[in-house]
Unconditional design. Structure first.
Length: 99
């Protein structure tokens, strides 16, 4: 059961009765992947500039850091979204009981 309010109506809803996080979670995830990827590239390039031993370390560390950060970020977003969905469903149950 989707809300009839539009995105901007939800955005400026000062009572916070509507959630927008579910609608923008995909965008946030994409932005997070971009920044995590840039951080991994910085690790890689910094290691490559340091000589052979740091380069080998960077070749191992950069993908590992990338994957672990992506996993952590995804789990964090999923936990956040699931708590929002729980709140929405609890509100629906409370409204149906009060009728």
């Amino acid at each position: 059961m989707a809300s009839r309010k539009g995105f901007f109506a939800k955005l400026f809803d000062l009572s916070f009765s509507e959630f927008i996080a579910i609608q923008i979670a995909g965008v946030l995830y994409g932005i997070g992947i971009l920044f995590i990827g840039l951080a991994a590239l910085l690790i890689l390039f910094a290691g490559l500039r340091g000589g052979p031993l740091p380069a080998i370390g960077a070749l191992i560390l950069a993908p590992l850091v990338f994957m672990l950060n992506i996993i952590f970020f995804r789990i964090t977003l999923e936990a956040f979204i699931s708590s929002i969905r729980t709140a929405e469903n609890t509100g629906r149950i409370a409204n149906s009981i009060n009728r």
